[in-house]
Design a protein around this ligand. Structure first.
Ligand SMILES: C[S@@+](CC[C@H](N)C(=O)[O-])C[C@H]1O[C@@H](n2cnc3c(N)ncnc32)[C@H](O)[C@@H]1O
Ligand code: SF4
Length: 462
C-alpha cells in the first residue's frame, strides 16, 4: 500500500501543490478549537459527574527555562523552582476538586505529561503528582504513562532524573530534538549538542525504555536539504522506535516570539517540500512506516501495528495507540474531552490560580458535541487514523446512508479523486498514498465549521 509504493512529494506538479498548500487544522479535535465558545463551570461539572471508566489524563506542565523561537506550545518562561512548587500545589488542588465530582475511583488507562517541559520539574515534584494520581485514581491497569522530555533537562544530573522517571513507572518517552545542525540551532535559540541527544537516548535505552519517540521539525531557519539530511542521519544512527517530523507551524499572530525568526532565513516553500520529501523517502527506505504526514514508526513498534490493524487513535497530542473515550485535562491551558464535551482550562496562570483559590474549576472554553458533531468527528478521525471510510460502518453507526448524508460534497470528493488523493468505491472511500500525505485536506471536506473559522487561525499544510 502507501508505504510500499514510494511516493515522492517532490514529484507533485506545482499547480496541485499550490492548491493543497493551505492553512488547515490538524484535527486533533473536531470541531477545532476556534469553533469552541465559553463553557460554564456548571456544564463542565455536569459532564464530569456523568463520566465512566476508563479514563485518560493529560497534565500540562508549562515551564521552560528558555524560549525556542519556533515554539508554538503553551509555555511559561521560568527559572525559579519555587514557581514550579506553587504550580504543582495548584495542580493538586485541581485534581482534588475534580475527583470530588467523579462517581467513583476511576480506572485510568493512559496518562500524558505534556508541556512546556514536564521534565523541568524536580524529582520530588514529579513524585508528588504521581503519588496523588495513585491515591485518586485506580492505576492498576494503566497501559501508557507518557512524558515529553527536553534532553537538556535530564543531562545535568547525569541521568538521575531519567532513572527516576523509570522508577515512577513512565513507559513512553518522547525527546525534543528538532534539528542537530549548529547554525539552525543558533537561529532558533535551542542549543542542544549531538552529545546531549545521543547520551540521553542511549541512557534511556540502557534503562529499558522502549517505544522511544524523537521530535524533529522541518522548515526551520537555515535548513537546507544537505543540512537536514545530516540531521536525519544523526537520528537514524540511534534508530528510535518513532519519529515525529513536524512542519514548522508559523503562527506569529498567536506566538509573537516567532517574529524574531527572519523570513529571509527560512527555506522557500519548494525547498521546505524537498527537505520533507527527501526525509520521508530516507526514513521509509530505512525501514520506517510513514503514518500520515508527520509520524514514522519502525515496523516492530506498536504504532505501526496499530496502523496496520486500523486501531490507531487521534487525540490532542496527535496519533496515539491507546485512547480511553474520555480524557480529563489538568493544568493551565489543558484540554480534555469528557462525556462528549471538550473543555479547556484558563490560559493564564494568575486566573488559573485565582479561580482555584475560590474553590472553582478553572475551565473557560469548550464545546458540547451535538449529534451532527459526533458524526462529522467520527468521519474525520476515521479518515485521519485509518485513511479510509467504510460506508457500511457509517450506516450502522449513524442510521443514514453515507452518500445521502454527504451528497452536497460529492463534487469536492470527485475533485480529490481527479487529483489522485482519493479512490471512491461503492462501499468505501480510500485515501491514496498522496491522499495520506494530504489527509488534512481530505478531512476539511467533512468539516461543517470550516467556513465559519477564519483560515488564518491554522498553520500551512506543508
Ligand atoms: C512540548 S514540546 C516537547 C518537549 C520539550 N519541551 C522539548 O522541546 O524538547 C513538543 C514538540 O512540539 C513541537 N513543536 C513546538 N513548536 C512547534 C511549531 N511551531 N511547529 C511545529 N512543531 C512544533 C516540537 O517538535 C516539540 O518537540
Ligand atoms: S519547544 Fe519545548 S523547550 Fe522549546 S520552548 Fe517549546 S516547549 Fe519549551
Amino acid at each position: 500500500m502507501s508505504n510500499t509504493t514510494l511516493f515522492c512529494p517532490s514529484q507533485l506538479d506545482a499547480q496541485l501543490l499550490n492548491k493543497l498548500h493551505q492553512p488547515l487544522p490538524r484535527y486533533t479535535s473536531y470541531p477545532t478549537a476556534p469553533n469552541w465558545s465559553t463553557l460554564s463551570e456548571s456544564t463542565y461539572e455536569k459532564h464530569l459527574r456523568g463520566l465512566s471508566s476508563p479514563l485518560s489524563l493529560y497534565l500540562h506542565i508549562p515551564f521552560c527555562r528558555s524560549m525556542c523561537l519556533y515554539c508554538g506550545c503553551s509555555v511559561i518562561l521560568n527559572r525559579r523552582p519555587e514557581n514550579e512548587e506553587r504550580y504543582v500545589s495548584y495542580l493538586e488542588k485541581e485534581i482534588n476538586l475534580v475527583s470530588q465530582l467523579l462517581r467513583q475511583r476511576m480506572e485510568v488507562h493512559q496518562i500524558h505529561f505534556g508541556g512546556g517541559t514536564p521534565t523541568q520539574l524536580s524529582a520530588p515534584l514529579l513524585q508528588r503528582i504521581i503519588t496523588l494520581l495513585h491515591t485518586t485514581f485506580s492505576l492498576e491497569k494503566i497501559k501508557e504513562l507518557a512524558i515529553e522530555i527536553d534532553p537538556r533537562t535530564v543531562i545535568e544530573d547525569k541521568g538521575a532524573k531519567l532513572k527516576f522517571l523509570k522508577e515512577l513507572g513512565f513507559n513512553r518517552i518522547s525527546f525534543g530534538v528538532q534539528d542537530t545542525d549548529a547554525k539552525v540551532q543558533a537561529a532558533i535559540l535551542r542549543r542542544q549538542s549531538r552529545d546531549t541527544t545521543f547520551y540521553t537516548y542511549h541512557l534511556a535505552r540502557e534503562l529499558g525504555f522502549s517505544h522511544i519517540n524523537i521530535d524533529l521539525i522541518y522548515g526551520l531557519p537555515h535548513q537546507t536539504k544537505a543540512s537536514f539530511r545530516q540531521t536525519i542521519e544523526d537520528i537514524l544512527s540511534m534508530r528510535p522506535d518513532r519519529i515525529s517530523l513536524f512542519s514548522y507551524a508559523k503562527i506569529p499572530w498567536l506566538k509573537p516570539h516567532q517574529r524574531a525568526i527572519k523570513a529571509y532565513t527560512l527555506p522557500s516553500t519548494e525547498e521546505k517540500l524537498q527537505i520533507y520529501a527527501l526525509s520521508r523517502e530516507t526514513l521509509i527506505q530505512k525501514g520506517y512506516l510513514a503514518i500520515g504526514m508527520d509520524h514514522f514508526a519502525l515496523e516492530t513498534d506498536e504504532m505501526a501495528q496499530a496502523y496496520h490493524n486500523k486501531t490507531l487513535c487521534r487525540n490532542f497530542q496527535g496519533y496515539t495507540v491507546e485512547m480511553a473515550p474520555n480524557m480529563i485535562g489538568f493544568g493551565v491551558t489543558a484540554i480534555g474531552l469528557v462525556n462528549n464535551c471538550y473543555a479547556q482550562n484558563l490560559k493564564d496562570l494568575p486566573s488559573y490560580y485565582a479561580t482555584l483559590d475560590q474553590g472553582h474549576l478553572p475551565v473557560t472554553r469548550g464545546k458540547e458535541l451535538s449529534k451532527e458533531d459526533l458524526l462529522h468527528k467520527w468521519v474525520i478521525h476515521t479518515l485521519m487514523c485509518r485513511f479510509e471510510i467504510d460506508k457500511k460502518e457509517f450506516f450502522s453507526r449513524f442510521g443514514v446512508a453515507f452518500d445521502t448524508y454527504f451528497s452536497s460534497i460529492q463534487d469536492r470528493l470527485n475533485d480529490f479523486e481527479r487529483d489522485g488523493l482519493l479512490i471512491q468505491h461503492p462501499d468505501k472511500l480510500l485515501a491514496t498514498s498522496l491522499g495520506e500525505l494530504f489527509v488534512r485536506n481530505l478531512a476539511t471536506t467533512f468539516d461543517a465549521y470550516l467556513q465559519q473559522a477564519p483560515s488564518t487561525q491554522f498553520s500551512q499544510s506543508i
